[in-house]
Design a protein around this ligand. Sequence first.
Ligand code: ADP
Ligand code: MG
Length: 305
Amino acid sequence: MIGTKIDLMVDSPSSSTLLKQLTHDLKVYETRFNANDPQSELMALHHCAGVTPITVHDDLYKLIALGKKHSLITPSYLNIALGPLVKQWHIGFDDAKKPSDDLIMEALASTDPNLIELNDEKKTVYLPKKEMEIDLGALAKGYIADRIISTCENQATTGFINLGGNFLSFGPSPKRASGYYRIGIQDPEKPRGNYMLAVDTLNQSVVTSGVYERQLKHGNQSYHHIFDPKTGYPIETDILSLTIISDTSLEAEIFSTRLFGLSVENILSFVNDSNNIDAIIITKDRHIHLSETIKHQIVPLSHAI
Ligand code: ADP
Ligand code: MG
């Protein structure tokens, strides 16, 4: 579901009923946020671009409003209005291609997040140009993970969701006396399931943006799926993956994309100055860079069994 594989675990006297409900909820969220589903509420919004504002579900409204805010802030590589550009490249799909520079420039002309019109009272959203499209691909999984976990918090003693590498847990892990959930951080240069280190977490989310996640190979070039909103090309960086650890999955999602194009030094100083997020950065030279307050939660690979 949601374009990925989802693991869900709950420990509860009524686990199977709860899992059924959560699976149903996941389906509802999928139709709310998916930019590729013709039936989604997001698609309905795109159909009305350049025509009329439409009322959207409160969840969608909140996510668009928050996404707009973080698209306009500095520093930020996040831009939720990047839909027209993302569709041109279509990385991660069978018809992915490198668009011509003309097409890239044309798509970029309809990606200004300032133009997204929000009406807080009526909960309406209006995209004033018909070419405009919102892409919540960088944020929706975080929002959904938070909603799923908050639904099971008062019905279970512990649980986790892993939405294709976007992890959030609550309560103590039944597997370890310490209660920590131990999360492997993928080695960006090896097949999935090979880790470079692990991090012990309690009631936290771990979200990674990585250049290895989805790629398009074109000649001897390879293009990844996180775009620089200024150039229209994949962000150029020495960073192979940026993992953000935070109390909420949405916050981890926001910052794993917002900060992706910054240098290691700038990411670390930003994260060390904010008191709610931590970072693990893996660079092309295979170095691991850590923010200050995550260091005591790190487990070297040799111990990570
Ligand atoms: P993943 O989907 O692998 O978890 P991300 O959370 O980093 O990765 O989100 C990447 C997705 O977000 C892309 O597939 C695309 O739909 C969208 N996207 C790409 N670049 C940006 C950007 N600069 N700002 C906002 N969304 C983006
Ligand atoms: Mg993300």
